[in-house]
Design a protein around this ligand. Sequence first.
Ligand SMILES: Nc1ncnc2c1ncn2[C@@H]1O[C@H](COP(=O)(O)OP(=O)(O)OP(=O)(O)O)[C@@H](O)[C@H]1O
Length: 234
Amino acid sequence: MLEVRDLHSGYGEAVVVRGVSLDVGAGEIVALLGRNGMGKTTLIRSIMGLTPPQVRSGSINWRDESLLGLRPHEIADRKIAIVPQGRRLFTSLTVIEHLTMLKNARAKGGWTVERVFGIFPRLAERRHHRGAQLSGGERGMLAVGRALMIDPQLILMDEPSEGLAPVMVQHLEEIILGLKREGLSILLVEQNLYSTLAVADRVYVLETGQVVHHANVGELAQHTEILFKHLGVH
Ligand SMILES: Nc1ncnc2c1ncn2[C@@H]1O[C@H](COP(=O)(O)OP(=O)(O)OP(=O)(O)O)[C@@H](O)[C@H]1O
């Protein structure tokens, strides 16, 4: 479904993503692991058409169509959503306003506000609260809910568990697995290794903008020395 080939992308003179190739299949959860500053966010933003960074060369194809040169809203029209790092919510808009701003009022089927409230009851309680009034966990839920409202087939999630309490991280894992069961594809950037191993099918490890390891989660769990070498974890 998503096919990235030999992608180079960066900021000004600095090329941060240096020749990355990766695939995300239908209904697959693929994780990008790597220490801070290795280029994960740059890669996610490049796929979504967000600038900066600027893509220098390589290809990004989605269902056999090139995404290069498309604007983020055109990419969203192709059913790709992003849960951006830091959530990027509007401080003065309410929960409901965030959820409805991208939904075509005439759209039929798919995700509705009520369905999002069904998986995140806390957001229902806070429906009239503004972005600035929400806790970190509530902001995280809203960022995921907002992404779902475009009825995505692929979600790019940039550290969705960042700042969440352990119980919420577990809830998020369940939601991610539920979305997979519905056939969604997810490209997940995650610092939380255990969360990654709990949900992902395959993992790419990035180091200074290059893929240095690619494995199924089962293989990775048996070769924890790889994680130690590239991620500095035990
Ligand atoms: N807007 C920008 N302008 C210039 N350089 C940037 C910009 N954003 C990121 N960089 C640089 O690109 C490199 C990769 O950053 P990136 O955010 O993609 O890493 P990351 O793997 O997602 O790490 P993190 O987990 O810290 O977000 C870093 O050296 C960073 O300083």
